[in-house]
Design a protein around this ligand. Structure first.
Ligand SMILES: Nc1ncnc2c1ncn2[C@@H]1O[C@H](COP(=O)(O)OP(=O)(O)OP(=O)(O)O)[C@@H](O)[C@H]1O
Length: 253
């Protein structure tokens, strides 16, 4: 479970202090996945930086499983937009990187799990390749294997599907959710795509601008439905989200 309590973030710049996030309050159960969506510059990446422990100088608090979030004691997985693979490491080495960094033993069951996931995501034949020898979709799947292998307490994704072309993106989203459904790690992902939020967000957090605050949390009835675009709720939810994002409105009801 993750609890964001009264979270505000300020940046210090040459022109003084700017407030980027304003009094965010949000609780998410352990088995949920939340899309973060909002206009450009509203603080989505800043929120991910707080959740990954990069920004610590904020007001309010973030609790993960009832303890103050701390990247040294919690395992936090991050899949960035460029997938974050080290170019000089092979696919297998990239997948096992967090074990090397934390000097944890790589057991035979870890390797077995890695092989299983690679087979499942159809990248098991690419183990010895380097990132520059992979397509965008393949890099993304390597990043998924890597983050799941470390069994994170919290998984964060910053527009992790945006670099993929339309067909590959749909396949990657589906594969991701299939894998996610088996372990249900607390997950937040930033997206600019309303369609992606409606397919992948069990909850959808809509942020407004200047400073970023929560406009609305939606419990999404279309989450992980194969035929979500043909669901009767799709058009009005899509239009509703678009309106909220465009105007940054705080709803009256
Ligand atoms: N290190 C920094 N110092 C000062 N201001 C910053 C810093 N990083 C971000 N900002 C500002 O904070 C605001 C929020 O930035 P952030 O990157 O979190 O937004 P975002 O919602 O992720 O944007 P986008 O959708 O365009 O990627 C922006 O106005 C940005 O200019």
């Amino acid at each position: 479970m993750i609890q964001i309590k009264n979270l505000s973030v300020f940046y210090q710049g040459k022109e003084g202090t700017t407030q980027v996030l304003n009094q965010l309050d949000f609780t998410m159960n352990r088995d949920e996945i939340c899309a973060i969506i909002g206009p450009s510059g509203c603080g989505k990446s800043t929120l991910l930086k707080v959740l990954s422990g990069i920004i610590t100088t904020h007001e309010g608090e973030v609790l993960l499983n009832q303890e103050v979030l701390n990247p040294h004691s919690h395992k936090i997985g991050l899949i960035p937009q460029n997938f974050g693979l080290l170019p000089w490491k092979t696919v297998q080495e990239n997948c096992l990187l967090s074990f090397k960094i934390k000097k944890e033993k790589i057991t035979s069951s870890t390797l077995e799990k890695m092989d299983q996931m690679m087979r499942r995501l159809n990248i098991d034949h690419l183990k010895k390749r380097y990132p520059h020898e992979l397509s965008g979709g393949q890099k993304q799947r390597v990043a998924i294997v890597r983050s799941y292998l470390m069994e994170p307490d919290l998984l964060l994704m910053d527009e992790a599907f945006s670099a993929l072309d339309a067909i590959i993106k749909e396949e990657a989203q589906q594969l991701f959710l299939d894998v996610w459904s088996e372990s249900k790690i607390n997950t937040f992902f930033v997206t600019h795509s309303i369609d992606e939020a409606l397919y992948m967000g069990k909850k959808i957090m809509v942020l407004s601008n200047n400073p970023g605050q929560i406009v609305k949390i939606i419990d999404n009835p279309l989450f992980h439905l194969t035929d979500y675009r043909n669901h009767s709720d799709y058009p009005h939810l899509y239009a509703h989200l678009k309106q909220l994002i465009k105007k940054g409105w705080i709803e009256e009801s």
